[in-house]
Design a protein around this ligand. Sequence first.
Ligand SMILES: C[S@@+](CC[C@H](N)C(=O)[O-])C[C@H]1O[C@@H](n2cnc3c(N)ncnc32)[C@H](O)[C@@H]1O
Length: 258
Amino acid sequence: MPRAYLRLNHGLTQAFQLIRGLVDGLWLGLASRRVLYGIDAAFYASQGQYVAEEYTRSGLTDWENAAVSEYFQHCTDIVVTGAGGGREVLALAGNGRRVTGFEPNEGMVTFGRTILEGRSDASLLVAPRDGWPALDATFDGAVIGWGSYTHIAGRRRRVDFLRQTRSHLVAGSPLLVSVYTRPSRTRYHRAVRWVAQPLRALRRGAPIDLGDGFAPMYAHHFTREELAAELADAGFRLEVWRPRPFAHAVAVAVDPLE
Ligand SMILES: C[S@@+](CC[C@H](N)C(=O)[O-])C[C@H]1O[C@@H](n2cnc3c(N)ncnc32)[C@H](O)[C@@H]1O
């Protein structure tokens, strides 16, 4: 009996993953980029924490703190992308450090500015999704805000985003990026690709990669190797990869003459 129950439980979990993969594949195959952005905006609008003062003042998480104290101690001008309501911006600013954050969700930026008001060492800008705002500045450290890289749909767009980031950094600058992960081949992601790939091809849309899916907004789930390759294509060298408690990497902006 107990074994029969465990087998049933496992079978149901697998079946559910498959069904979810087929349904999400349909959405990913048919949805325009505008719809994907809309799902993302609606999801984050429903998450009150990103416009809550207590959360915004809660500081860096332990894993962020460890990465920052190991790799960012000499940084004086840091950029935070996907900055939400400014949690990382606020935590990093001060003690001689200036921090510029940007974020596509205007509601979060409006809220964050009320928290940063009066500070000369921290600012928050509205940015286009997947991109940088017009910013004529160079930084010596970059934090891709918690989880935001995972929401940039498509490898080409993600690498373009990293290249823009690289163009604003001096050589040798550290970059912190955090992502959702997956084991190399999951049933869910294979089902998503199986359905979405032909639909995208019919619509002449951007290709689907294994790892694309919803969580519940668009999210690419990475392997370490995929993230290292995207970083390398944009001029960064992976220094450290820590899969837990929230997967993240620290990379370094490579000197083009190296
Ligand atoms: C998990 S929240 C983290 C926010 C903030 N960094 C923090 O830790 O409080 C992820 C952020 O990514 C942003 N985001 C979602 N899609 C994005 C995209 N395509 N390009 C840039 N940022 C995006 C969201 O608006 C949201 O602010």
